[in-house]
Each structure stands twice: as C-alpha cells, then as structure tokens.
Design a protein around this ligand. Structure first.
Ligand SMILES: [Zn+2]
Length: 103
C-alpha cells in the first residue's frame, strides 16, 4: 500500500459500512462505491465518515481474519458486503414500488 493512506470507515444510508484504504476522503468514497458496486456519482454526496484510523493491512476489518491481499477486507467479506448492498438496493426498489402502487 502506498504511503499516506488512512483507513476510512465509510457509511451511506442504505449500504453496509465499509472500511477502505485511501489517502483522502474523496478517494475513500470512490473505493466505497466500488465495494457497493454502485456508480460513485450516485453515492458521493451521501457518504459520511464514521471513523478515520491509521492504515491497517493484512487483517480483515470485518471478520478480523489475517489475509494476504490488498485492501481492508478478505474475499469472503468483500462478497458479503456486495450481497448486502445489493439486497438493500432491492429492498429500496420494492419500497418505492409499493409507495407508487399505493397511490
Ligand atoms: Zn473478512
């Protein structure tokens, strides 16, 4: 990992909180959007900082397992975050459908 990185916990309504490594907040939101598999423009303004910490590598920030890879999450947790993000997206769509159907 490049020097000057921090560990940012990014939260955004409707998505699971994610830890990302980035030198600044904007890059952190870019990384978070990637984890959620959503276009950055869609969530950039909605992202909020939960915590900024010194960069930690090789320990998964979600399950605390030691892993060898880049980033802050092991493969299992990356998939888990993606599934969770998709599920909340789907739930939102259902919610809005119901909202409009009720009119
Ligand atoms: Zn993990």
């Amino acid at each position: 990992m490049a020097k000057g990185n921090y560990l940012w916990w990014v939260q955004c309504e409707g998505y699971p909180d994610v830890p990302v490594l980035a030198p600044d907040w904007e890059q952190a939101t870019v990384q978070a959007a990637k984890l959620w598999c959503v276009p950055w423009a869609k969530v950039a303004a909605l992202c909020e900082l939960r915590e900024k910490l010194p960069a930690i590598t090789c320990v998964c920030q979600r399950c605390q397992r030691v892993f060898h890879g880049t980033g802050t999450l092991c493969d299992d947790c990356v998939s888990a975050v993606r599934i969770e993000a998709q599920r909340t997206e789907a739930a939102k769509r259902r919610y809005f459908r119901k909202l409009y159907a009720g009119k």
